[in-house]
Design a protein around this ligand. Structure first.
Ligand code: DAH
Length: 345
């Protein structure tokens, strides 16, 4: 038995394992059920009692040494696998979940508005953000000295010549471009960014989003306008929504109106969101002024049409009662993640 112990000790001292598999094979060879060390332990039971003390100690040492050696081989095999670049992970394991982003609340509402009008048969039209004075003002019947053209409102890109370049102050410019390039009948919505030289506050921002609408055909009347807006309001704010129209003025529409929807928070009773009136303003609209049709080559004696324009942030504020515009532009993740589960139409 003595020789056997010494032989195993010597063999263990030189033992190497390049991989986990080899280390495991070594464990089975020495410590497994039929392993060499296990076999010696069994022999020990039948040796002479006077030898038990001496061999008991030796065998215990052998067992401990073998166990330590196997652990060492396993650790060394791991380290060499990492060093050689062989994957240590189980590649068949499912991957870790990573946090998904969500759409921006302004994008969600813009898409909802566009989708509602698409269902009514409207196409989508887009136009440039850097526009000229002609498409933003002149073709829309703004008188030459209208205050909207002034430096206080408009960001000019170039000044001094007849048709300066500027950042569009509304998406109504896309109406003009559509009328110039498409044949009547026209039915489009025009979503986009607009720019105004305003101080940033809870209620105003220098960049925001609008959706413009335009419908031109034979015999389009104010009743058609009213019906289109009523259907839109009910899709957007719920089937019980009421609308009211107040006379207003825009250079490009005649007659013009501002549209209010019944407050969906207090159901018209009056609350702090609707300032006690029961109504919330959502857009401007009107019948396209004959001068606007003429400027873009459409004969106002044959065709008529309506137009409307709304602020996307304004609709989002009413939908979600977030009453500080700045939240929509600061990209604070705590705010944005609130909308991760917002439903889309
Ligand atoms: N362009 C207007 C604005 O920016 C909104 C608007 C009002 C658009 C009436 C229209 C309209 O097409 O008919 O405030």
């Amino acid at each position: 038995m003595k020789e056997a112990i010494e032989r195993i000790m010597a063999e263990l001292a030189d033992l190497k394992a390049a991989t986990q598999k080899e280390a495991e094979e070594a464990r089975v060879r020495f410590l497994g059920k039929k392993g060499e060390v296990t076999a010696l332990m069994e022999q020990f039971r039948s040796i002479a009692p006077e030898l038990k003390r001496e061999y008991g100690q030796k065998l215990n040492e052998l067992k401990k040494y073998t166990q330590a050696k196997i652990e060492e081989l396993k650790a060394a095999a791991d380290a060499s696998a990492v060093a050689s670049g062989a994957p240590k992970e189980d590649l068949s394991m499912p991957g870790d979940a990573f946090p998904l982003g969500s759409r921006h609340p302004v994008s969600i509402v813009r898409q909802q508005i566009v989708d509602i009008f698409r269902k009514f048969g409207y196409d989508v039209a887009e136009g440039p953000e850097i526009e000229d004075d002609y498409h933003v003002f002149e073709a829309l019947n703004f008188p030459p000295n209208h205050p909207a053209r002034e430096m206080q409102d408009t960001f000019f890109v170039s000044t001094g010549h007849v048709n300066p370049l500027l950042l569009r102050t509304h998406t109504s410019s896309v109406q003009v471009r559509t009328m110039e390039t498409q044949d009547v009948p026209i039915r489009v919505v025009c979503p986009g960014r607009v720019f105004r030289n305003e101080a940033i506050s809870a209620r105003a921002h220098c960049i925001f989003h609008q959706v413009e609408g335009l419908y031109i055909d034979k015999d389009v009347t104010f009743a058609d306008l009213k019906q289109a807006i009523l259907l839109f309001a009910r899709e957007m704010f719920g089937p019980d929504t009421q609308i009211r129209m107040r006379p207003s003025y825009f250079p490009f529409t005649e007659p013009s109106a501002e549209v209010d929807v019944s407050c969906n928070i207090c159901k018209g009773k009056g609350c702090n969101i609707c300032k006690g009136t029961g109504w919330l303003e959502i857009m401007g609209c009107g019948m396209v002024d004959p001068n606007v049709l003429k400027a873009s080559g459409i004969d106002p004696s044959k065709y008529s049409g309506f137009a409307f324009g709304m602020g996307v942030e304004r609709i989002a504020m009413l939908k979600w009662q977030v009453n500080d515009l700045r939240h929509y532009f600061e990209n604070d993740m705590r705010f944005l993640s609130e909308f991760a589960t917002a439903t889309e139409v």
